[in-house]
Write a new protein. Structure first.
Length: 276
């Protein structure tokens, strides 16, 4: 059974991934916080990747590096912290954890580099490629995830995602859309939504068949925030007031996978993504 280390194992994607892989791999986890998913006693390392590791005796068949700062708006307020974690933290992981297969979680906004989050992830992509090539790490895969959402029934929904906020709207009685004056068909932001199960499937494939390149996980089809809100109401037979506020700093009008050679075929309908 292959030994796999997941950094950021207690986060949104990490929790789902631990559950997805637990029957097929020997899972180790690393995070600032205790894991939500089952990890064997003695196989969880509590550590801040911003700080260098000591000696790390274990060698892994694959390292899946998910640990990161991931909020676009926050990155504009604290850019240095984003570079420390997303760039220096990645270098700390590369330098001390032994593996022959390094899998790195990047983001679709790395293509745009419009904010410290995207720029720090793009810089980390370059470091991963150069380090793996020069330090005898045989294989690597860099995933650019678009808007990851949904749950597999075990882990939570993305706490910062649109759907997590929509889930609270019926109880609150209202939902706020930030920006309705973008150059899009209905004026609201357009995003490419990917189910977390598909992300886990892609990572699992990279453990067995590394791509040795950048892979984009998106569908190439975007849905506006207004469309998602309307469909959420319809699918779940709920109602609430919709308010409109000014644009949030850093939000792009549209982030949709553009490279047609990288499209995924969606296994999930919009209704399935939004069903409570």
């Amino acid at each position: 059974m292959k030994k796999v280390l997941i950094t950021g194992c207690s986060g949104y994607i990490g929790s789902h991934l631990c559950k997805e892989l637990e029957n097929d791999y020997d899972i180790w986890g690393l995070d600032l916080f205790p894991p939500q998913a089952p990890i064997k006693e003695g196989q969880f390392i509590q550590h801040d990747i911003n700080h260098p590791f000591g000696e790390f005796p274990e060698e892994f068949d694959a390292v899946i590096h998910l640990a990161a700062r991931v909020r676009v708006n926050e990155s504009r307020q604290m850019p240095i912290q984003y570079y420390i974690t997303n760039l220096n933290g990645t270098m700390n992981v590369l330098a001390k954890i032994k593996t022959k297969n390094f899998i790195f979680a990047s983001t679709g906004v790395a293509e745009y580099c419009n904010d410290p989050y995207g720029t720090s992830k793009k810089a980390a992509e370059d470091v991963v490629i150069e380090y793996c090539m020069s330090h005898n790490i045989q294989d690597f895969t860099i995933f650019r995830f678009y808007n990851v959402t949904g749950t597999n029934g075990y882990g939570p929904t993305n706490p910062d995602g649109l759907i997590a906020n929509l889930l609270q709207a019926p109880q609150k009685g209202e939902f706020t859309i930030f920006g309705n004056d973008y150059n899009t068909p209905d004026g609201t932001c357009v995003r490419d939504y990917v189910h977390v199960n598909q992300v886990c499937d892609g990572i699992k494939m990279a453990i067995e068949r590394p791509a040795n390149e950048i892979e984009c996980l998106g569908h190439g089809t975007g849905h506006s925030v207004q469309t998602m809100v309307n469909k959420f109401k319809e699918v779940n037979n709920v109602d609430f007031n919709v308010k409109y506020a000014g644009r949030r700093s850093g939000d792009l009008a549209e982030t949709v996978l553009k490279d047609k050679s990288k499209y995924m075929t969606s296994q999930y309908t919009l209704e399935e993504l939004l069903k409570i």
